[in-house]
Write a protein that binds this ligand. Sequence first.
Ligand code: SF4
Ligand code: SF4
Length: 168
Amino acid sequence: MGKYYIFQDQKRCIGCYACELHCKTKNNAPEGAKLCRIVPTGPQVVKGVPRMHFVFMPCFHCEKPWCVYACPTGAMTKRAKDGIVYVNQDLCVGCKNCITACPWGVPQWNSETGKVMKCDFCMDRIDQGLEPACVTGCTTGALKFVSPSEASQIKREKFAKDISPLKK
Ligand code: SF4
Ligand code: SF4
């Protein structure tokens, strides 16, 4: 199982797109390429007020990654020590098989290098004891870099809080 997970607290997210901006800057992503995305949904009426929701989408670093199986050169790799899926730029030949294979549209075409780039949780930063750029740059603290078990604990606690008024 992968070691890391980016948890988004949707109640804190204000849709400012700072995460996308910090990601693009850190990774030198050319125009059109997004290594993480904010997907707006709504508007939905909450307590009589129309509200937008913003869903944060990085790579899921899948347990069995379609992109890795589709790559003919071994450039798309799952790092053994923590399950991060990344592109070895030296081996990428720009065939775009991974772009086709990923159901979520995560791998991005880099028109400047003629190769693919993707979210690698900023693994160079992780290796220095830092967090991914999107998490550090989030203006409201809506993104948290956690382990999958911490993420599920947060979700269980939130669920318990949400249903507690129903128990009274
Ligand atoms: S790029 Fe797509 S298939 Fe590959 S690990 Fe990420 S979400 Fe999974
Ligand atoms: S574009 Fe690069 S990373 Fe993607 S499948 Fe082809 S060689 Fe692998």
